[in-house]
Design a protein around this ligand. Structure first.
Ligand code: FAD
Ligand code: UDP
Length: 388
């Protein structure tokens, strides 16, 4: 019976799993996790591919990195981490370059060795030639950081494939994820902590949700059971916020992805975990080769598993992955947030519920903070009501 639970968590991704775990462990309250898919883990889910024996990330490579001491310590309750450090390469017109753009990319692209200060000066000249004042959109931001030639080679085509939205309509924050570097350091992330869960992501979720106070119902859509939930239960909703309100103010734009997996009879297909394809005439954005995520493992030789990633606009029936976040989307989201604020017993969170481009550590950090600031006070208020 759904009414037997104190908290109903909708979605078994990192946000929902963190709230469920904390609610059971700290408050000793009964939690029901409803998950539409047939597995826990949300988009961070990983599984062993039966054909190759290789663990793959079903929704694209998920690299864990964080600067948050709190999130790193919290996850260590459920897993150790390997010392994997992520590198990405990008292919442009048949040549391969380091990504994010670093001194290696700049030297290779302009065809000569430059010192850091020479490269900095070249990029400064190219960026200032465009006379961009305050950069408010992705294109202006990128050009003000790297100049037009590098933008056109490595950012414009990839971004058009990824977002199918004029880069001038996209928020500058997207590109702020990829700062240009004037050294040869090849790593994608610069966070204090980085690594992959030693036994994979799904094992982490299993341990987080392993409590006699937590029940998990897979293959259940919240909207099919919501009328069975009582007014004194807390709902933690991590699905798309516009769907919760039956799209009554309009639809928020999301990008979805198609993943084309292929098992191949070779040891090594591309020599790296992720290679991006910068040019518009290549239909996919990137290729993942999962065995490179775990060089410490002994995978069977002579086989590999790759996955090509294609991006497109999400229809209602698709999985929403990336909030597009145009100016119109942001206004619409603000209106949905006002509606959400009036729901006394519902907490909206996670990437879909807060319409934010959250990485895993940010989803966990937000859940830890919301647990303290919203879930604990909710039950403290409930106790006061009972007492008076
Ligand atoms: P999710 O993981 O999306 O979980 C939400 C869950 O809610 C889903 O399982 C969904 O099925 C369920 N749900 C929705 N509606 C309903 C409903 N009505 N009823 C029941 N269940 C419902 N982050 C990183 O830190 N590093 C990376 O390298 C990285 N790579 C990524 C690559 C891709 C392609 C994508 C899409 C994301 C990537 N992320 C990465 C982000 C990461 O996936 C998110 O930070 C994380 O999944 C957020 O967790 P969440 O709980 O908010 O959402
Ligand atoms: N990007 C790009 N070229 C690349 C990689 C990224 O233009 O080779 C841009 C693109 O707009 C993308 C954004 O930078 O959406 C953020 O990239 P990131 O790798 O962080 O995206 P994610 O892994 O979340 O898809």
């Amino acid at each position: 019976m759904l009414r037997d639970y104190d908290v109903i968590v909708v979605g078994a991704g990192f946000y929902g799993a963190t709230i469920a775990e904390r609610t059971a462990a700290v408050l000793g309250r009964k939690v029901c996790v409803l998950e539409r898919r047939h597995h826990i883990g949300g988009n961070s889910y990983s599984e062993i591919d039966t054909a190759t024996g290789i663990e793959h990330h079903k929704y694209g490579s998920h690299l864990f990195h964080t600067n948050s001491e709190e999130v790193w310590r919290y996850l260590h309750r459920f897993t150790t981490f390997t010392n994997y450090r992520h590198r990405v390469l990008t292919v442009h017109q048949g040549q391969v370059y380091p990504m994010p753009i670093n001194l290696g990319t700049i030297c290779a692209f302009f065809g000569r060795y430059m010192t850091p200060s020479e490269a900095r000066e070249l990029i400064r000249q190219q960026a200032s030639a465009e006379k961009i004042g305050h950069a408010e959109n992705l294109e202006d931001k990128a050009i003000s950081l790297i100049g037009r030639p590098l933008y056109e080679a490595f950012i414009r085509g990839y971004t058009k494939k990824q977002w199918q939205t004029d880069p001038r309509q996209l928020p500058a924050s997207i590109i702020a994820r990829l700062p240009v570097r004037f050294h040869f350091e090849p790593y994608y992330f610069t966070d204090k902590y980085e690594g992959l869960p030693t036994d994979g992501y799904t094992a982490v979720f299993r341990r987080m949700l392993d409590s006699s106070l937590i029940d998990i119902h897979l293959g259940v859509d919240f909207f099919d059971v919501r009328e069975k939930i009582g007014p004194h239960q807390l709902v933690v909703y991590t699905g798309p916020i516009d769907r919760y309100f039956d799209y009554r103010l309009g639809e928020l734009a999301w990008r979805t992805l198609d993943f084309e997996r292929e098992a191949l009879a070779t040891d090594d297909y591309q020599g790296a975990a992720v290679i991006n394809y910068a040019d518009e005439d290549v239909p996919y954005t990137r290729i993942h080769e999962f065995k490179h995520l775990h060089p410490e493992r002994r995978y069977p030789p002579g086989r590999t598993l790759i996955c090509r990633e294609y991006s497109r606009f999400a229809r209602r029936s698709d999985e929403p992955y990336y909030p597009v976040n145009t100016v119109r989307d942001r206004q619409l989201f603000a209106a949905y947030q006002r509606l959400a604020g009036r729901q006394r017993n519902v907490l909206f969170g996670g990437r879909l519920g807060s319409y934010q481009y959250l990485d895993m550590h940010q989803a966990i950090g937000a859940a830890l903070s919301d647990f303290r600031k919203k879930v604990m006070p909710f039950w403290a208020r409930a106790r006061e009501c009972v007492a008076t």
